[in-house]
Design a protein around this ligand. Structure first.
Ligand SMILES: O=C1O[C@H](COP(=O)(O)O)[C@@H](O)[C@H](O)[C@H]1O
Length: 248
């Protein structure tokens, strides 16, 4: 890892709920600063985002201009939308069913298609709707990500590092243990984002966070360590437990 360039902006909060609330504040702030512009947001699955969606649907409901938000997913599992494993299904239940979002601006992975077809179709949808950089890569305003205990992010797992440099927008991924098929954004698309924000909480992530943030020798074996947008901002929002071994 090039130690001189990898330096995420670290934000450490007491609890997972504080992390979620900090993200919600950041979203409000970004919407205020960008005036009337649409905001293209790639969502993730995971435990902290679930807290976030509940908070947004409650105390932030009237602080957000929902009509400006366009929702996409960084990854989703190839399951029906009403399956508890569906990242889209969780957001629908916790957020979309409670706030005035614009239905036409919600773009879940089409999990009713065959996996390869779903990845291709989703990539096309994203490319058609988002602004693009000079390499033809779509630019998300916010790419919200989690990190698994194995260092995976979106659905780019340590045994599929090739997805970090795959030139497609989306690809099919396979969970290394369960074999579950998923569709994920590839590394080049995530790294084309204007802003990447990791939400990572809990003591199960302490070691992995420290290995990556402290740039230890195994760091580059974890997909999350390769997310560092050259023309954008990289933020890691952590709770105290996840940040416990980070050397400041
Ligand atoms: O598999 C997944 O896990 C990661 C991390 O989830 P967490 O519960 O450990 O926070 C998540 O970012 C991703 O969207 C999801 O599909």
């Amino acid at each position: 890892m090039d130690k001189s360039i990898y330096s995420p902006n670290l934000h450490v909060y007491d609890t997972g709920e504080d992390v979620a609330r900090a993200f919600a504040d950041h979203l409000v702030d970004k919407l205020t600063k960008s005036e009337d512009a649409p905001l293209y947001w790639a969502l993730s699955g995971g435990s902290t985002p679930k807290l976030l969606f509940g908070i947004l649907a409650g105390e932030y409901k009237d602080r957000i201009d929902w009509s400006r938000l366009h929702f996409f997913w960084g990854d989703d599992r190839m399951v029906p939308y009403d399956d508890p494993e569906s990242n889209y299904g969780e957001v629908k239940k916790l957020l979309f069913d409670h706030v005035p979002v614009v239905a036409e601006q919600i773009h879940p992975v089409p999990t009713d298609l065959e996996p390869e077809e779903a990845a291709r179709a989703y990539g096309e949808t994203i490319s058609k709707l988002l602004p693009q950089n000079s390499d033809g890569m779509p630019i998300f305003d916010i790419n919200m990500l989690g990190m698994g205990t194995d260092g995976h992010t979106a659905s780019i797992f340590p045994d599929s590092m090739d997805l970090l440099t795959d030139s497609r927008v989306c690809a099919v991924a396979r969970h290394p243990e369960s074999g579950q098929l998923r569709v994920t954004l590839t590394g080049p698309v995530i790294n084309a984002s204007d802003e990447v924000i990791f939400l990572i909480t809990g003591s199960s992530k302490t070691l992995r966070v420290a290995q990556i943030v402290n740039k230890e020798h195994l760091a580059t074996t974890f997909p999350a360590a390769h997310i560092n947008p050259p023309n954008g901002q990289l933020h890691w929002f952590l709770d105290k437990s996840a940040a416990a071994e980070v050397g400041y």
